[in-house]
Design a binder for this molecule. Sequence first.
Ligand SMILES: O=P(O)(O)OC[C@H]1O[C@H](OP(=O)(O)OP(=O)(O)O)[C@H](O)[C@@H]1O
Ligand code: HPA
Ligand SMILES: [Mg+2]
Length: 183
Amino acid sequence: MDREHMAADLAKVLLTEEQIQTRLGELAVDIWRDYEGKDLLLVGVLKGAVVVMADLMRALPGTAPMDWMAVSSYGSGTKSSGVVRILKDLDVDITGKDVLIVEDIIDSGLTLSWIKANLESRKPASVEICTLLRKPDVVKVDIPVKYVGFDIPNEFVVGYGLDYDERYRNLRCVGTLAPHVYE
Ligand SMILES: O=P(O)(O)OC[C@H]1O[C@H](OP(=O)(O)OP(=O)(O)O)[C@H](O)[C@@H]1O
Ligand code: HPA
Ligand SMILES: [Mg+2]
């Protein structure tokens, strides 16, 4: 699919490239200040967080290691199944480390509450969450999120790492998908 058709599949642009980059710059400064003197490890959740991680880590005023986990909860649909599977685990031992999970979106919160509990069981010094996007339903699972880019309405969104059936991840903005695409 070419870019023209990809853009035509959006019902609305929620966040522009510039809005996202500005906000990531602010978060990076906050994170660097809060983790001064700590053993920070950035943990990305594949695949959606690839784009956020790439921009967030380059916005940091210093350098920190990263590692990746792959889990699956959505598959090719638009609803979380609630069943989380580890497809790829971390490469490093996180004992004693200050882990910051980097995510693209917290929607139902099911994926992250599961990942957070899983990482906490490995005896890290701390586990916090940084997400670019958060939807309102998250309050139901009461998951504390230290760094939030944007609170967005309860609609299915794509772009900036977020996919629908593996497409649209390379859009630089975040937008809602036109219903004709998935209905
Ligand atoms: O809060 P939740 O309702 O659990 O949803 C959030 C999760 O869903 C998406 O991942 P997905 O399973 O689509 O994998 P992907 O990153 O490879 O697209 C997203 O990247 C989050 O990890
Ligand atoms: O709104 C969404 N869009 C794409 N992927 C997602 N995974 C959870 N919520 C979403
Ligand atoms: Mg997905």
